[in-house]
Design a binder for this molecule. Structure first.
Ligand SMILES: Nc1ncnc2c1ncn2[C@@H]1O[C@H](COP(=O)(O)OP(=O)(O)OP(=O)(O)O)[C@@H](O)[C@H]1O
Ligand SMILES: [Mg+2]
Length: 244
């Protein structure tokens, strides 16, 4: 579904060039949910931006569904690192924004209900908790009924209970909607809970240093299993050994 070959991305020009990603190759199968971990500034958001067509590769190619990514696609949705809500628009208008930008119509109320936001349609982001704002960001992306769902730290800076709730929600949505998902996270437990494979990146310029297989994702009570703890320990060790 997603194929990345020799992806290099640099920002700026001349002496001020910053190399963000260096020669990254990876692929994600249709319907697979993967996690991307790596230190701050290693190019995780940059990877998602190129997958979403917002930033062109400096070198290399990115293909989705066999087609080169050139600009934003209707079947790919991105949740931005800070949810990216417009404070002057209501919950409903924010959730509809993605559809509107694409010139599409659709009913987001069902999605809002699914995410526990029914009754808050007319509220503004400033009137919501941080966890609710994140869910509005998820609703906006989900309303597009995307084939590919790119998530940039959708749970960062949330308390651990809310974080777990949203993790459970993402798992449930993935099991229900069968999208192909790429989740960027700083959190090791979260990567193990949601990533069938976990891509580990080096410090900037980001290179793919290791892929941890984690096929138990989505199995019953995985978070409470001994297998889960063992995988968390393994991933932590990989991160230490790779100097990240
Ligand atoms: N618009 C930009 N102009 C110049 N440099 C940039 C720009 N955006 C990002 N960078 C540089 O590219 C590198 C990768 O940035 P990116 O945001 O992809 O990292 P990240 O892994 O998402 O970090 P974090 O975990 O903190 O979100 C950073 O080191 C940053 O210095
Ligand atoms: Mg980032």
């Amino acid at each position: 579904m997603i194929e990345v070959e020799g992806l290099t991305v640099s920002y700026g020009a001349g002496r001020r060039t910053v190399l963000a990603l260096a020669g990254v190759s990876l692929s994600v199968a249709e319907g697979e949910l993967v996690a991307v971990v790596g230190p701050s500034g290693c190019g995780k958001s940059t990877l998602l931006f190129t997958l979403d067509g917002l930033i062109p590769p400096t070198q290399g190619v990115v293909r989705i569904g066999g087609q080169m990514v050139q600009g934003v696609r209707r079947d790919v949705a991105l949740i931005l690192q800070d949810a990216g809500l417009l404070p002057w628009k209501t919950v409903l208008a924010n959730a509809e924004l993605g559809l509107r930008i694409q010139g599409r119509r659709g009913d987001v109320r069902e999605v809002l209900e699914e995410l526990g936001l029914a009754g808050f349609e007319r509220r503004y982001p400033g009137e919501l908790s941080e966890g609710m704002r994140r869910r509005v960001g998820i609703a906006r992306a989900l309303a597009l009924n995307p084939k590919v769902f790119l998530m940039d730290e959708p749970m960062a800076n949330l308390d651990s209970i809310t974080r777990q709730r949203i993790q459970d929600l993402i798992l449930k949505l993935w099991q229900g909607f069968h999208f192909t998902g790429v989740l960027v996270t700083h959190d090791i437990e979260e990567a193990v809970f949601l990533g069938q494979r976990i891509f580990v990146f080096s410090p900037r310029p980001g290179r793919l240093v290791e892929v941890v297989e984690n096929p138990e994702v989505g199995t019953s009570k995985y978070r409470d299993s001994a297998q889960f703890l063992a995988r968390v320990r393994h991933l932590r060790q990989v991160l230490v050994e790779s100097g990240t």
